[in-house]
Structure formats: C-alpha cells, structure tokens
Design a protein around this ligand. Structure first.
Ligand code: SF4
Length: 205
C-alpha cells in the first residue's frame, strides 16, 4: 500500500537521521502516484515512501521513533473500528500484530482517540504540503485512458499494475527544484517533533 508523506514527516525523519532531504530523495522518499479517491483512473503525484520501504532494515523500521504519520496510524485506524469493511483483508498470517486481536472496548476507545489525534496532525501537515506543491506548480496528476487493457484480473494486482504504469510517467526533471524548495519550507515552518508524537503514542502503549 503506498504511504504518503507530509512535510512534517520529512522534518522528523531528516532531524532523526541528521541528514538532508536531498540525500533521501528518490532513494528513500520519492514522488509516488496515489490513486485519487474520487476518480478511479486519476492518480496524483505526491511525496511518498519508495516501495518496498528502504527504511526497513533487518525486518525492523530503522526510523521507528520518526516513522511517518501514516505508518503510526497502522493498524489503529482499522482496530478502532474493526467492523468496517476492509478490516479482514488486512488480517492474514503475515500480520501477526493484529491476527489475534480481540475487540475490547477500552482498547477500541484508546485506538479511536489515537486515530483522531494522529489524523488531525496529518490533516494540518498535509494542507501545508498541498500548498507548497501548488505554489511551486509541482502538483501533477495523470489520468489513465479508460480503454487501457488491464491484464491482471485480481483487483489488488490491477491497482499495482496501474500504479506502475503511472510511475513510468513521472519525470524527475519536473522535481529537480524540490530539494531546494523543501529545505526552505522546513526552515520557515514549525512541525510536531518526534518527542511530541511520542507523548501521543502513550495513548496506545
Ligand atoms: S514503519 Fe518504517 S519500515 Fe515500515 S513502512 Fe513505515 S517507515 Fe518504512
């Protein structure tokens, strides 16, 4: 599943690793086509983790303290409301962390509170990223034609195939100024720190 990044995520990851965005761009953090929720053939190019995630080392997250907000939310957005459609598809032998989950009203209340708090930060920070992209004319979308042959018949594989097709259309030259633009934005704004997020994490620990 693609994982998008806010400017705050980039602030926390680069501070944690004591590095610059330009050193991570394309290798770890990339421009990724995200399916538009309203139009099935439209994909928006946004900042996201390169997949498979390059921060995963020795079967662990090497930036766990500074992991992106969307990584923090998993699996709590599901477990706070396990009866919603889609919950079951995430539970399989590889998802050991939620395989044995039994619904519990106290857990559910804490997960819901956590989801709201992290979700609100995502909304704040995403609007900042959105503004930065549109101000610098970086927001690009691509629309796939409706008459494309879609070889894979399984919906998940078809979606991956469509994302790969869109990825090929990303022109790195369009984003050559991005490291410079992000370096300025990181200086000009304040973001939640790793320590502040760790306090919020106490809700679920
Ligand atoms: S939790 Fe860490 S390793 Fe996993 S996808 Fe997020 S950043 Fe990558």
């Amino acid at each position: 599943m693609p994982i998008n990044l806010t400017l705050g995520d980039i602030y926390r990851i680069t501070s944690f690793l004591k590095t610059e965005f330009s050193k991570l761009f394309w290798n770890h953090i990339t421009i990724f086509p995200f399916p538009n929720p309203e139009y099935p053939l439209l994909y928006d190019f946004e900042l996201g983790l390169r997949l498979p995630c390059r921060f995963r080392k020795n079967q662990r997250c090497s930036i766990y303290k500074a992991r992106p907000l969307n990584c923090r939310l998993f699996p709590y957005w599901l477990l706070s409301n396990p009866n919603k459609d889609g919950y079951k598809e995430y539970i399989g032998p590889i998802r050991k962390c939620i395989k044995d989950y039994k619904e519990d009203s106290i857990n559910k209340k804490n997960y819901l509170e956590y989801k709201h708090k992290v979700g609100n930060i995502i909304l704040q920070e995403s609007s900042l990223t959105e503004h930065l992209f549109s101000k610098n004319n970086l927001k690009k979308s691509i629309s796939l034609p409706g008459d494309l042959p879609f070889p894979p018949s399984i919906p998940k594989q078809k979606e991956i195939w469509k994302i790969m097709l869109c990825s090929k259309k990303i022109n790195k030259v369009d984003y050559k100024e991005l490291p410079h633009i992000i370096a300025h934005a990181l200086k000009d704004n304040t973001f939640h720190t790793v320590e502040e997020l760790e306090i919020i994490d106490q809700i679920i620990t």
